[in-house]
Design a protein around this ligand. Structure first.
Ligand code: NAD
Length: 357
């Protein structure tokens, strides 16, 4: 076995159905007496119910979380933290709400409890992406890592099938890139393979029957494992490409990941054939890239960047940007092949594996 470094994150995780009932006790463990509950506007009602459940341990609700963690929203939430004298935050929702909780924790070092209701995985990472004047910057700090995560399968039952599909594919993307990460290690690889296996099993069942609790449990478990992978090892071409495409053309996060992933896999597969075989095995497919494409299709997700707002003229620009800021990838970045990959993803074509030159 190769030498490796494995570092586990200091977090406490509760997983199951009905775990939300443990929230008051979890706040007590963290000595949080006045928690500010955070949600997006569509999840405000859920936030109100949690405030009611927490009773005197809740200081109030801020239901203004939004995509890309804009700094002006964080500043409004910070004013509420001060006004209510909150001594901790409880983020209930997807990656956007988790992002707001992290932004508050970075500024205040207050303890955070996250109750994830999507499969984004942000709750498992010490990473925060913030937007100021339309510009997104990313930073990492131990202060950003939540103290406790309460996964309650019941709260994911309301995630609509479309969001379930793309959020789940976004989670699979973390696991795929963890398997060929430069700093990969055998422990994280075990988690990554298991994550792909349970998500590939759970997601189609959820799209067929959104209230299938076993399938929901599979998906949330897989998302947790995938988030752990994202927090533990470095990502490569797929994540960089999605970051570039999302930032340049203002594309939706999880849908972009869903569309690009099979193509990024096809590009990298010849450089990491063992990993590609492992991913194919986890998907129950003959080929990793085709297996990911087929899974996205079964989930009835959009398959073309042109269908989520990317202009055709952007293909060359995206290819230039993708090779401008050099970063590590298992296969060296070849502009021509990357341009072809983006063009195929733009048109919604099947992935094509290009042999190493
Ligand atoms: P999101 O948080 O924006 O959620 C999408 C919508 O779904 C929101 O309106 C939300 O309120 C709603 N929603 C969530 N769960 C629901 C449920 N159970 N029922 C009904 N509605 C529900 O999107 P996301 O895909 O969860 O997260 C994406 C964001 O997270 C991106 O901004 C991305 O950059 C960030 N992210 C960050 C990290 C990190 O490590 N920093 C990791 C992954 C994602």
């Amino acid at each position: 076995m190769d030498r490796f470094v494995y570092q586990s994150a200091p977090m406490r995780v509760l997983f199951g159905s009905g775990t939300l009932a443990e929230l008051p006790a979890e706040l007590e463990r963290l000595s949080i007496a006045r928690a500010l509950v955070l949600t997006t506007p569509p999840q405000e009602q859920q936030g109100r119910e949690i405030v009611a459940r927490l009773g005197v341990r809740a200081a109030g609700l801020f239901a203004g979380a939004t995509m890309h963690t804009p700094v002006d929203v964080t500043e409004r939430a910070m004013a509420v933290v001060r006004d209510l004298n909150a001594d901790g935050v409880v983020a209930v929702g997807g990656g956007s709400t988790t992002g707001l909780g992290k932004a508050i924790a970075l500024r205040t070092d207050l303890p955070q409890v996250v109750v994830p209701t999507s499969y984004a995985g942000s709750e498992m990472t010490p990473i925060l992406g913030e937007t100021r004047d339309g510009l997104k910057t990313t930073q990492s700090s131990p202060k950003i890592l939540p103290e406790t995560v309460v996964y309650d399968v019941d709260l994911t039952l309301s995630l609509p099938p479309g969001l379930t599909a793309t959020s789940g594919m976004n989670a699979i993307a973390h696991a795929v890139e963890a398997l060929y990460a430069r700093d990969r290690n055998p422990i994280i690889s075990l988690m990554a393979e298991e994550s792909i296996r349970v998500l590939a099993r759970g997601l189609p069942a959820i799209v067929a029957r959104p209230d299938d609790r076993d399938a929901r449990s599979d998906a949330l478990y897989g998302a947790w494992l995938a988030g752990t992978c994202l927090g533990a090892v470095g990502m490569a071409l797929h994540h960089k490409l999605c970051h570039t495409l999302g930032g340049t053309f203002d594309l939706p996060h999880a849908e972009t990941h869903t569309i690009v992933l099979p193509h990024a896999m096809a590009y990298n597969a010849p450089a990491v054939p063992d990993v590609a075989a492992r991913i194919a095995r986890a998907l129950g497919a003959a080929d990793a890239a085709q297996g990911l494409h087929d899974l996205a299709r079964r989930l009835r997700a959009k398959l073309a960047l042109r269908d989520i707002g990317m202009p055709e003229a952007g293909i060359d620009r995206a290819a230039d940007l993708a090779v401008t800021n050099a970063y590590w990838n298992p296969r060296p970045l070849e502009r021509g092949a990357i341009r072809d990959l983006i063009a195929r993803a733009w048109a919604g074509e099947a992935p094509v594996t290009v042999p190493l030159v």
